[in-house]
Design a protein around this ligand. Structure first.
Ligand code: HEC
Ligand code: HEC
Length: 274
């Protein structure tokens, strides 16, 4: 309820509007901060009409863990300070591939699939056509930067055995003051297979189903961008704003949190045959 009021409060807050000016393509090698600040950040702050995506970008992206975790606006502020914009710039770079809009989540995630966007964005589809000025601003900014010569960093892969033996027990464990994860998530997203007839652990096939479903709330290699870790973590220590299932971990040093982080970073159960 308080969360809802908070959201409504933000929805009513003033915001800077105005179309982003076209970016000058000077073929600068790096993603340009000034252009970012002038043409991209207003997109995150813009109020949305009903049916235009699922609302203002910042309303979700300052409070839900993704790679694009924006700074919350200061009390009463309608835009970010330069220091906050610099922090935003660093996280937004993580959802951009310099020189390559088609590979950049920032360009394809809010874009409708029919016109080149990807399938699904929890926040909805904002751009119905490629001539949308916001989409154009994003593309211009990304294209003005040269592709990075640095080799792509090896992506962590998620280990099934680690998930099965170390992560799954966390979904079944009882924590004081909280219902177990399974007691809600056998019936909601991300879904855990319901355990029937006195069963105390999932079999191999059920574990594979769980593994597939829960990968969607994980960014391999990056625990802090993973909702699996941030959604049930206390807000005071960096967790997401709200989880209907409660805040199960008070700190990142909680052993369960550490186990989940190890899985997300790609730790494996080596030599395990089961
Ligand atoms: C209702 C909440 C909500 C709104 C509004 C929203 N998003 Fe999102 N967005 C999410 C969630 C949740 C995810 C992670 C799951 C997914 O990819 O769908 C996400 C993912 C993303 C990602 C990929 C992040 C990553 O870690 O790879 C980008 C980029 C993005 N959103 C951009 C935007 C932009 C730009 C806007 C506004 C035009 C916007 N979003 C509005 C909830 C929202
Ligand atoms: C009392 C019921 C309940 C319990 C217990 C519960 N959850 Fe949730 N969870 C929900 C509901 C409802 C949502 C969707 C609304 C929201 O995001 O808060 C949700 C959302 C989530 C999400 C975000 C899903 C998405 O697509 O963004 C994650 C991750 C999550 N829960 C993990 C957990 C974990 C891990 C546990 C156990 C440590 C747990 N939950 C315990 C009810 C519960």
């Amino acid at each position: 309820m308080t969360w809802l009021l908070f959201v409504l409060g933000l929805v009513a807050a003033p915001h800077p509007a105005g179309p982003p000016p076209a970016a000058q393509s000077t073929a600068g090698r790096e993603l340009d901060f000034e252009t970012y600040r002038r043409t991209i950040e207003p997109i995150f702050l813009k109020e949305r009409a009903p049916g235009e995506g699922a609302g203002r970008c910042v309303n979700c992206h300052a409070r839900i863990a993704t790679r694009m975790r924006l700074q919350p606006l200061s009390e009463g502020a309608s835009t970010w300070t330069e220091a906050q914009s610099r922090q935003n710039f660093e996280v937004v770079k993580r959802v951009v591939v310099a020189g390559d809009p088609a590979s950049s989540p920032l360009a394809v995630h809010p874009l409708a699939p029919a016109v080149g966007g990807d399938q699904q964005h929890t926040g909805g589809k904002f751009w119905r056509a490629q001539d949308n000025p916001e989409y154009q601003a994003v593309v211009a900014w990304i294209k003005a930067a040269a592709p990075s010569a640095a080799p792509a960093t090896a992506k962590a892969t998620l280990d099934f055995e680690f998930f099965r033996q170390r992560v799954q027990p966390i979904f079944l464990a009882k924590r004081p003051g909280h219902a177990r994860c399974i007691s809600c998530h056998d019936n909601g997203q991300p879904r855990l297979v319901a355990l029937e007839g006195g069963e105390t652990m999932w079999n191999e096939q059920q574990s594979r189903q769980n593994f597939a479903a829960w990968q969607r709330v994980v960014v391999p290699g990056d625990p802090e961008a993973s909702r699996l870790l941030m959604h049930p973590l206390a807000k005071e220590v960096g967790g997401d704003h709200f989880h209907a299932g409660g805040k199960h971990w008070k700190s990142k040093s909680d052993p369960e949190w550490q186990t989940l982080a190890a899985w997300v970073r790609g730790e494996r159960l080596s030599g395990s045959s089961r």
